[in-house]
Ligand binder design. Structure first.
Ligand code: SF4
Ligand code: FES
Length: 257
């Protein structure tokens, strides 16, 4: 017999072992998130997926669903908290959307639109972290990294490698590459690895494909983040690059990297 939780008054079935996020995604209920992807171990770092469970704030991507939970997700108070978190993520990095080649395909930017964020509110940090263009097909711009560790987990858990890690503390935290020189070009990452395509922002980019899809026709230019299957976006991106598939620039969508 199915068990149920309630999200904003709607009964949602879940199976033993599923988190609130798992159950919500399976029911097509959008809970804003950045550091979560199905198939990877939960990380619980961005806190964007915070919901109220029986009056208590919890991260929905790490909290197991249990019978009788009454969950609030889409409320003005939670929207305010999520907007503040998103503003902090923006000012901690150099997320200058109009000059970023990931614009329109960036989940952070799409979440900001979803939350009606109009400015960064807090003083801008302007970090100066190292750019790594040593790989023939990939480039890392660390100033845009939000430390979500999706690439770390994708490399370790799906690709069977251990290419990335986060090092340092506080404002000194940054992405590092596990290779003899610390350069991506000396690592064993390959273009068909999930880690090459999973970055939700413009911190890991594919070379030579940056502006194939014109601005205005990219994933989140056409669909809000709440109605987008992020898994499908990532899979399409990696399939396109794996197969060297020719792309129709008028179709819009997911190839802008
Ligand atoms: S490079 Fe991208 S995927 Fe990796 S930790 Fe930074 S933001 Fe997350
Ligand atoms: S998506 Fe749950 S903490 Fe990041």
């Amino acid at each position: 017999m199915s068990k149920f939780i309630k999200i904003d008054g709607v009964e949602v079935p879940f199976e033993e072992g599923q988190t609130i996020m798992d159950a919500a995604l399976a029911a097509d209920i959008y809970i804003p998130h950045l550091c979560h992807r199905p198939g990877l171990s939960p990380h619980g770092s961005c806190k964007l997926c915070t919901v109220d469970v029986n009056g208590r704030a919890v991260s929905s991507c790490t909290m197991p669903a249990s019978e009788g939970m009454e969950i609030e997700n889409d409320t003005p108070a939670l929207k305010k908290v999520r907007k503040t978190i998103t503003q902090m993520l923006f000012v901690e990095g150099n997320h200058l959307c109009p000059s970023c080649e990931k614009t329109g395909d960036c989940t952070l930017q799409a979440v900001a639109y979803h939350l009606d964020m109009l400015d960064g509110h807090f003083p801008q940090f302007y970090p100066r972290r190292e750019v790594d263009a040593s790989h023939s097909s990939l480039v890392i711009d660390r100033d845009r990294c939000i430390m979500c560790e999706l690439c770390v987990r994708a490399s370790r858990e799906i690709d069977g490698k251990d290419v990335f890690a986060i090092s340092g503390r506080g404002t000194g935290r940054h992405l590092i590459v596990n290779s003899p020189t610390g350069k991506l070009g000396d690592s064993d990452i390959e273009l068909d690895d999930l880690a090459a395509h999973i970055c939700p922002v413009g911190a890991i980019l594919i070379k030579d494909h940056g502006y194939e899809v014109p601005i205005g026709r990219r994933t989140f230019d056409l669909h809000s983040v709440a109605e987008t299957d992020l898994e499908e976006v990532i899979l399409k991106k990696s399939a396109h690059h794996d197969e060297g598939e020719e792309r129709d620039p008028n179709e819009g969508g997911v190839y802008g990297v």
